[in-house]
Design a protein around this ligand. Structure first.
Ligand SMILES: O=C(O)[C@@H](CO)OP(=O)(O)O
Ligand SMILES: [Mg+2]
Length: 440
């Protein structure tokens, strides 16, 4: 049942910016996918093609849409949607550039994900099972949802430098229970923030987490512990953070500026790499931290490696901007022992096949893979199925509120109900031994 038609349109993401939506038609129906977009983007991400000019503040995606309808569509009509590798290869060849600057990673990814859905329908199986087959059938399990409940950095209007603080409900026994732990703690956090900082501090950032006027990251960590305690879930929820530190790295001074958003920056908040290593070590020694993502800037492999050497046996150190879901960058990280995990964002690399390749490189080297949404999201739920299909064991897709975040969590509730797969929380820490969890 070959592809009959490929259509695309401009829709809007959760920040109100234009993005690409693609529809692939086969005899089985119409299969749709929408492309997310980041704010704290890595330098090495594949090209997100924007129109420029004055419409939509330059952020229109009409060119990418037209690349789908006028260039990609004609090249893929008649092809088998279940043959993901060929679909993606045709697009990469057509684009012909290293970074997808010709057609746009947003155009290519939209088609790639929509074809993946069409391929699953053609085989008559769920999307996560189709992805699992594309990946060579690794053991599957229900992932630990990492809820980003405090927002800072470039995602929020407070002065907090660190971008994300996660609740990691490892003590749950099912995905549904993990949702309960996350949701109850989120609501307790709201009441604590309201009492301490006032009602206006309960406004939320781009990913649905609160954006209180805390003084520093440590105050954020303490708020999480208080909320976990007040919710009655102490011992069941660990914590994590994505400082997204490329955003506050001052290259000219070789310093990390933790007051980069403050009107009156405090001199002691400008820290060297070594001071940052010491700060993270203090956090890991003092708080139940299971994961740190992008603790150092995107070219600071050395800072990452120093931290991984010290805390990597018990804390997952994840490279996001550092790798951009790109096998070449991941290989650099492997060679330098920079981290012990990679963040997987499908639009950083721009196709399903290349995302699976990055996952495989990590898996073969016993690294964790942490699947992620973008701060600009749509109601598309693709990453929920991707996480289960690859058996990555954890994902982050924001707070347990706002529909563009909940659409993924809700899809995982459906998958858990349909599949009966086990929740793999107990395997969160290194060594990463999903195989022993008795997955699918
Ligand atoms: O840094 C991140 O990990 C992401 C997602 O949380 O943010 P953005 O999409 O803005 O890059
Ligand atoms: Mg990140």
């Amino acid at each position: 049942m070959p592809i009959e038609k490929i259509h695309a349109r401009q829709i809007f993401d959760s920040r109100g910016n234009p993005t690409v939506e693609v529809e692939v038609t086969t005899e089985k129906g119409i299969f749709r996918a929408a492309v997310p977009s980041g704010a704290s983007t890595g330098e090495n991400e594949a090209c997100e093609l924007r129109d420029g000019g004055s419409d939509y503040m330059g952020k229109g995606v009409k060119k990418a849409v037209s690349n789908v309808t006028s260039k990609i569509g004609p090249a893929l009509v008649g092809k088998d949607p279940a043959d993901q590798q060929t679909i993606d290869k045709v697009m990469l060849d057509l684009d012909g550039t290293e970074n997808k600057t010709n057609l746009g990673a947003n155009a290519i990814l939209g088609v790639s994900m929509a074809c993946c859905r069409a391929g699953a329908a053609q085989k008559g199986i769920s999307l996560y099972r189709h992805i699992n087959e594309l990946a060579g059938k690794p053991p599957m399990c229900m992932p630990v949802p990492c809820f980003n409940v405090i927002n800072g950095g470039v995602h929020a209007g407070n002065y907090l430098a660190f971008q994300e603080f996660f609740l990691i409900p490892l003590g749950a026994t099912t995905f549904a229970e993990a949702m309960k732990l996350g949701s109850e703690t989120y609501h307790n956090l709201k009441s604590i923030i309201k009492k301490k900082y006032g009602l206006d501090s309960t406004a939320v950032g781009d990913e649905g987490g609160f954006a209180p006027a805390v003084n520093d990251a440590e105050e954020g960590l303490k708020l999480l512990l208080e909320a976990i305690d007040q919710a009655g879930h102490t011992g069941k929820i660990l914590i994590g953070s994505d400082p997204a530190s490329s955003e506050f790295w001052k290259g000219e001074e070789q310093k990390y500026d933790l007051d980069f958003k403050c009107k009156a920056p405090r001199p002691e908040q400008k820290k060297s790499r070594e001071e940052m290593v010491a700060l993270y070590k203090h956090f890991c020694d003092t708080y139940p931290i299971a994961l740190l993502e992008d603790p150092f800037a995107e070219e600071d492999f050395e800072g990452h490696a120093q931290l991984t050497a010290i805390v990597g046996d018990k804390v997952e150190i994840v490279g996001d901007d550092l790798y951009c879901t790109n096998t070449k960058r991941v290989q650099m990280g492997l060679d330098k022992k920079a981290t012990n995990a990679m963040l997987l964002k499908v639009n950083q690399i721009g196709s399903v096949t290349e995302s699976i390749a990055a996952w495989k490189l990590c898996k073969d080297n016993k690294w964790g893979v942490f699947v992620s949404h973008r701060s600009g999201e749509t109601e598309d739920t693709f990453i929920a199925d991707l996480t289960v299909g690859l058996g990555t064991g954890h994902l982050k897709t924001g707070a347990p509120c706002r529909s563009e975040r909940l659409s993924k969590y809700n899809q995982l509730l459906r998958i858990e109900e349909e599949s009966g797969l086990k929740f793999c929380g107990k395997h969160f820490r290194q060594p990463w031994t999903l195989e022993s969890s008795g997955g699918y």
